[in-house]
Design a protein around this ligand. Structure first.
Ligand code: ZN
Length: 160
């Protein structure tokens, strides 16, 4: 019997809901999500919940923000000049852009737009939320050396 444990490649089907029951994301109708346990490919709370599970195990867990995408930070709501956007017509409330930052790629969500300035929110869209996951383990295998050195799962064609 193979257990979910550090450096195993694990395939899961999942449905993610908000506290209000709204489905935010799901692997239903798609290939399962494949990740390396212990490699921080997925949020910490989900890794913890899946530790020692076996193929066929199904679980429902609620993951608090600290073990998911963190608390919301008001200092990440910032005002920037509209001039900084290449495609200004696409800058509408609710629109999301990827931005480079010293901490890596962040998703900026547009909050408000006026004639010259744009209020953007750099919090992760799921920050501050308790996440309700229904998860089923569908496969477990050993990671290859390449996968472990890269820190991510390779498909049939190798690194991609
Ligand atoms: Zn790779």
């Amino acid at each position: 019997m193979s257990y979910v444990s550090k450096n195993k490649v694990v395939s899961i089907h999942y449905t993610l809901k908000s506290g209000g029951g709204e489905v935010l994301d799901s692997s239903e109708g798609r290939d399962p999500l494949v990740y390396i346990q212990g490699a921080q490919n997925i949020i910490a709370g989900l890794e913890n919940a899946l530790e020692n599970k076996v193929v066929g195990d199904a679980l429902s867990v609620v993951i608090e923000p600290v073990d998911a995408y963190g608390e919301r930070r008001e200092d990440l709501v910032q005002s920037v000049s509209l001039d900084q956007f290449d495609n200004q017509e696409a800058v509408q409330p609710g629109a999301q852009f990827q931005m480079q930052s010293p901490e890596g790629v962040m998703i900026a969500t547009v909050v408000e737009v006026d004639a010259q300035d744009v209020t953007i929110d750099l919090n992760h869209p799921l920050a501050g939320m308790a996440l309700h996951f229904d998860v089923e383990v569908v496969a477990i295998r050993e990671a290859t050396e390449d996968e472990l050195s890269h820190g991510h799962v390779h498909g049939a064609g190798g690194c991609h």
